[in-house]
Design a binder for this molecule. Structure first.
Ligand code: TRP
Length: 435
């Protein structure tokens, strides 16, 4: 018998755990601040509602309908040829996890350094030292080892239990720090920088395309992660409700992360370090800014910074972990189905291979940037594009179990047939031109 999630909230927290991750914590708030504040929010929400949620529903429906991982699910509904899309999903997940775990490794290391009180005096050169080469490799391997251990323990005992414990902690910490930030002197200017309405900055084609990739990434779409989790969902669960809950929680945490980060930075007068970092080079610049500026802020805050810093990086690491297990699960489920491996063997071997490939992005941050631009931006969007064409035009059967009212269902099917593929192909075109 195939395992299932034991409860509705277990599945919800696991899927939210997949969605809420590093993407929410750094990319979203920087993009918002840079590209028009509240105007960007409107754009981002529109993308989530009209593109993200429809694809989310498609993944949930295909996964649960087939009760199989991505390759077998695509084969189930579309035959041999479409199983290639499942292969693309697996490859994309493989590549994303190999560098995602490097960034997660930095995060965990900063958490450790905050905890033992050894945040650096010179954060910029410190980041340069620890983000590449041997130090990055060690933390990357450590993070992968934990990820593999959880996934090897199974859906209920590993993934579900981890998410049930970690996600509430993450929510509380993010809420707590955001609240603390609101009491600081610089809070108002931080909020202004974050959310100041600027339509001119937001209404540009490149902003639209810059928002679409992250919106996809943030919801864990386009590579079968949600599809795979849904294949372990009981048949009586409402897919639509889960889709809504996942999207709202993911957006909520991203939004709160901005409310948490900017007051801290502005209260300590460090804002000049971050303004203008997004869009100047690739997004790696903004990762750096976060890993450099925030530790500096925590350090400058003295003893309260010690606590806030430790909790902040703890929350970030938990988010990264619950995301990483969902990516690894795509590979593990596929290996179990295709090669008839046991869960343990599949987790161990695919984890080892991913760790090995991850040595490259851990070695050089430029390689990390290239992998993110390719897999984290383009492959995902292409995967979502192909899936919505498949579901919309080729296999209506795959979405039989979507529990929308007839009217909403018609709207949804129309969305994944026409506007979603159009938007995603435009976005792909722009991203490829920008490589
Ligand atoms: N959504 C996660 C984040 O925001 C990352 C992630 C997990 C992901 N699973 C994924 C991204 C699948 C793309 C596809 O950090």
């Amino acid at each position: 018998m195939r395992e299932t999630f034991s409860s509705s909230s277990g599945f919800a927290l696991a899927a939210i755990g997949s969605a809420v991750g590093l993407g929410n914590m750094w990319r979203f708030s920087y993009l918002t601040a840079e590209y028009g504040g509240a105007a960007f929010l409107v754009l981002y929400i529109a993308l989530t509602v009209f593109v993200g949620i429809p694809v989310l529903l498609a993944e949930l429906s295909v996964g649960r309908g087939a009760g199989k991982g991505p390759i077998d699910a695509m084969k189930h509904f579309g035959g041999k040829r479409w199983s290639l899309l499942g292969v693309l999903f697996v490859v994309t997940g493989f590549l994303i996890l190999s560098y995602y775990s490097v960034v997660a490794g930095w995060t965990a290391r900063y958490g450790w350094e905050s905890l033992v009180g050894s945040l650096p005096d010179n954060p910029a050169s410190h980041f340069e030292q620890i983000s590449q080469g041997i130090p990055a490799i060690i933390w990357h391997l450590g993070f992968m080892a934990i990820t593999v251990t959880i996934v090897a323990s199974g859906i209920r005992k590993g993934i579900e239990r981890t998410s049930l414990i970690m996600m509430p902690i993450l929510f509380l910490v993010v809420l707590g720090i955001a609240f603390y930030g609101s009491t600081l002197d610089g809070a108002a200017s931080g909020y202004r920088y974050y959310l100041d309405l600027n339509w001119k900055a937001a209404l540009r084609v490149e902003v639209f395309t810059a928002a679409a990739g992250p919106a996809f990434f943030s919801l864990s779409l386009g590579m079968g992660a949600i599809l795979t989790y849904a294949s372990y969902l009981k048949k009586e669960e409402s897919i639509t409700r889960h889709a809504l809950v996942i999207a709202v929680a993911d957006f909520g945490v991203a939004f709160l992360a901005g409310l948490m980060v900017f007051p801290l930075i502005f209260a300590l007068g460090l804002s000049t370090q971050i303004i203008g970092t997004v869009g100047t080079e690739n997004d790696v610049g903004s990762i750096g800014a976060l890993f450099i500026t925030l530790p500096e802020a925590f350090k400058a805050m003295g003893s309260s910074g010690y606590w806030i810093g430790t909790l902040f990086f703890l929350a970030l690491s938990l988010g990264a972990l619950t995301s990483a297990i969902s990516i690894l699960e795509v590979n593990v489920t596929s290996a179990m189905e295709l090669l008839s491996w046991s869960r343990k063997k599949a987790a161990l071997l695919s984890g080892a291979l991913i760790s090995l490939v991850g040595l490259a992005p851990a070695w050089r941050i430029e390689i990390l940037g290239i992998m993110d631009a390719l897999a984290g931006n383009i492959f995902l969007v292409v995967g979502g594009f192909a899936l919505s064409l498949f579901v919309g035009w080729k296999s209506i059967e795959s979405i039989r179990n979507v529990d929308l009212s007839p009217r909403l269902r018609m709207i949804w099917i129309w969305l994944i047939r026409v506007p979603v593929p159009i938007v995603l192909s435009v976005v792909t075109f722009y991203s490829v031109m920008n490589l």
